[in-house]
Design a binder for this molecule. Structure first.
Ligand code: GTR
Length: 396
């Protein structure tokens, strides 16, 4: 009896292991044949040939496809918002920057949530400056206000030296990244979302919080709110894309190594899959998204369409050479597919035809891309390129 149980247990573990291996494909020849949903064909088969038709018809359709099937509907209304400067230091970074620590308090239906913002602006500015805003999904130490930790994940000194303001908030202020506690943030304000299959979850809440920071920027005279770049890495990069898609006040989006349900094409089933992401992180996307576990072909959308909703505003997309989990090729292909929408705005993409070599950035807006040598991360090298593209775009 005991032996039989052991055999059963070993067989079970072996099958589980095979299953896990089989689920993740890293072999280009095993990418299934797929047809991407047409970006430029409306739900009632109308061909979209102008920027106006895109904005009036197709873009709203695509936004609702993503709301319904992936990220959930983002609530836009709240009762009140207030900004409190908790600390200000005009002599931060050896006198090079002004530091503000701002408490953004949002209330709705007697519930509230606080987003804590760290903001450095260059000291010597004569007019409002553009700003890079990071949705920090790693340790809060990365975005230290005291600069007791200096990290490449948020190289604030480097951004200040380039003449930009630099800001960050920690994503857990908006939604803890945990399947049992993600409700304990922004979703306290919108409890009805939790009952709906198309309700907002964690990624939606992180993007929502970026928009509240945008509300603050519109009230800070040192910031040029028409030049805000929203930046996110990985799961933060999924949120930065969704934030820029939802909120057209963001002038530019950076999505760094964002992978599955970020900037990579799901239909390819290369690296992380929808089933895998929904199983490991059930609190990120809405309930409807689970219907597409192992059913990528049935998706009425793919991530190239999300990138396209940000047009004509620039998007900077990245990968890392060792980060196959995030499917660099599928990410680059998604960027290429979105070019058609930029063309409607007469914006010519300067992306190369095929995935460029490692460390060869294509910086010219509207679509910028690089694949950096190394692992899944956000580094000083990455930031250096984002700054160059922002310089080109803002004519600095
Ligand atoms: C991974 C996840 C990715 C990505 C990454 C990260 O575990 O599978 O989709 O979001 O985490 O955020 O670093």
């Amino acid at each position: 009896m005991e032996v039989k149980r052991k055999i059963l247990a070993v067989t079970f573990l072996f099958l589980l292991f095979c299953n896990l291996l089989a689920a993740q494909n890293y072999d280009e020849s095993k990418v299934p044949a797929y047809t991407l949903p047409e970006i430029l064909l409306s739900n009632n088969d109308q061909k979209i040939t102008t920027a106006k038709a895109w904005e009036d018809i197709r873009r709203p359709e695509i936004i609702s496809l993503f709301e319904e099937n992936v990220y959930g509907i983002m609530p836009k209304k709240y009762d009140a918002i207030s900004f409190k400067i908790k600390r200000e230091s005009p002599k931060a970074m050896d006198g090079k920057a002004n530091l503000k620590e701002v408490e953004i308090l949002v209330t709705n239906d007697l519930q509230s949530d606080t987003i804590n913002l760290v903001l450095f602006t260059p000291s010597d500015i004569k007019k409002p400056v553009p700003v890079f805003l990071l949705i920090n999904n790693r340790s809060p130490r990365n975005t230290s206000a005291t600069r007791d930790t200096i990290s490449e994940f948020w190289p604030a000194e480097q951004v200040i030296n380039a003449g930009y303001a630099v800001a960050a908030f920690h994503y857990s202020d908006a939604a803890p990244d945990n399947k049992n506690t993600f409700q304990d943030g922004v979703l306290r304000l919108y409890p009805e979302q939790l009952k709906k299959d198309n309700g907002m979850k964690a990624v939606g809440a992180w993007a929502w919080a970026a928009s509240r920071v945008m509300d603050y920027f519109e009230n800070d005279k040192s910031i040029d709110a028409s030049k805000v770049v929203v930046v996110g890495h990985s799961r933060g990069g999924k949120a930065s894309l969704w934030a820029a898609a939802q909120d057209q006040r963001f002038a530019m989006c950076v999505t760094n190594c964002s992978g599955n349900t970020g900037a990579a094409l799901s239909h390819r089933r290369y690296g992380e899959t929808i089933e895998r992401i929904n199983t490991t992180f059930p609190h990120w996307f809405n309930n409807n998204y689970k219907k597409f576990n192992n059913k990528e072909q049935a998706l009425p959308l793919d991530q190239h369409m999300l990138i396209a909703t940000i047009a004509p505003r620039p998007v900077y997309i990245t990968n890392a050479s060792e980060d196959l989990w995030a499917d660099p090729k599928g990410t680059f292909l998604a960027a290429k597919e979105s070019e058609k929408v930029y063309e409607l705005y007469k914006l010519k993409s300067s992306l190369p035809k095929n995935l460029p070599p490692i460390n060869t950035p294509s910086l010219q807006p509207p679509l910028a891309y690089h694949i950096r040598e190394g692992i899944h991360d956000l580094t000083a090298y990455d930031w250096q390129q984002f700054i160059k593209t922002a310089d080109l775009y803002f004519n600095k």
